[in-house]
Design a binder for this molecule. Structure first.
Ligand code: DAH
Length: 344
């Protein structure tokens, strides 16, 4: 009978002294003493060969074996798992500085637009933003382009199908009418924003783009004021040596009207191509506000005069960044956009 007891005591000692040091060794411990083919099980079958008076003590000893194995397993398991987890982090340098946060980049249209706005704000122009869905009166009629006026063909318009008289504004000049009908002179505003025209999309033109409109109305505003303001703009935008020229043109809302070119140069082949061999690039339309427009908007033309201008932003963004195709500006391709830095 001693033999069975000795064997059991021996296993009990092994259980007590086992020191699994990692999760894998612990699993081996579990298989050995608690698994379906554990080493304690065969000891139970020895029960029958024992003297009846020894069986109780033997049974108790075997139970103790099982319980001890279970207890050891249950206390070792969380400790070893925790240690394993910590080991995973051991190689991480907690004092290292974090990886830099990736900054977004500003959209090139936004960069150019902000520069234009800031140049005019420094000259005292206030920001006037207004709606993109406009009515016919503010977009056309007030701007001296009544229905059937041939100049309406200059801007192919998107009309809202189920909303009589509403359209997507074709130019920011509509904001001139908005401001003049709600404020009294002196008025000095710039109106940046998106405009829409039903044009075929190509490398050079798009059905949506951005403009910045300018309007200055006061007593004795002259064409000389307009020229000086635009020259100052060009020098701020294109450098202190920038040159501009004004060519006579036609807009229904200004008289006289002009188009403004900035001198781009003729050095490279690209210069020649984008300026069509002239060296000059058109960047905006402008003129003295037609007295009829003032009158349409409730301002007395015998007391006040003013100038206005409207410039395209995409055009200038293409120039400044040498972007070949206007469509890139609207495709939101991250590979394109991330090249522009947020500095300005
Ligand atoms: N609205 C014109 C356009 O979109 C641009 C323009 C020309 C605006 C002359 C003006 C202006 O304010 O005076 O083509």
């Amino acid at each position: 009978m001693n033999e069975e007891f000795n064997k059991a005591e021996e296993i009990l000692d092994q259980i007590k002294s086992a020191e699994p040091t990692n999760v894998e060794e612990l699993e081996n411990f579990r298989i050995k003493y608690l698994g379906s083919k554990n080493e304690i099980k065969p000891l139970f079958s020895k029960m029958g060969s024992l003297k009846p008076e020894d069986r109780k003590a033997y049974g108790q000893l075997l139970n103790k074996l099982k319980n001890t194995a279970e207890e050891r397993y249950n206390t070792l398991k969380p400790a070893l798992e925790q240690r394993e987890k910590q080991a995973e982090y051991r190689d991480i340098d907690l004092t290292a500085p974090p990886a830099p946060i990736k900054h977004g980049a500003r959209h090139p249209v936004d960069i150019v637009m902000n520069r234009v706005i800031s140049i005019f704000q420094k000259m005292g122009f206030l920001l006037a933003e207004d709606r993109e869905i406009e009515d016919d009166w503010h977009n056309f009629t007030a701007m001296n382009t009544p229905e059937d006026h041939p100049a309406r063909d200059m801007q192919d318009t998107y009309y809202l199908r189920d909303f009589e008289g509403l359209l997507l504004r074709t130019h920011t000049s509509s904001v001139q009418a908005r401001v003049m009908t709600s404020a009294k002179p002196p008025i000095r505003i710039i109106a940046p924003g998106r405009v829409y025209r039903n044009e075929t999309i190509s490398a050079r033109s798009h059905c949506q783009f951005h403009q910045v409109e300018g309007l200055y109305i006061d007593r004795d505003v002259s064409f000389a004021d307009l020229k000086q303001t635009l020259l100052h703009y060009a020098r701020e935008m294109y450098g202190p040596d920038a040159k501009i020229r004004l060519r006579p043109s036609y807009f229904p809302f200004t008289e006289p009207s002009a188009e403004v070119d900035v001198y781009w140069g003729l050095e490279s082949e690209t210069d020649k191509r984008i300026t069509k061999g002239t060296g000059w690039l058109e960047i905006m339309g402008c003129g003295m506000v037609d007295p009829q427009v003032l009158e349409n908007c409730g301002i007395d033309p015998s007391e006040y005069s003013g100038f206005a201008f409207g410039m395209g932003i995409e055009r200038q963004a293409l120039l400044q960044y040498r972007i070949e195709d206007i469509r890139w500006l609207f495709e939101n391709d991250i590979r394109f956009l991330k090249q522009f830095h947020p500095a300005i």
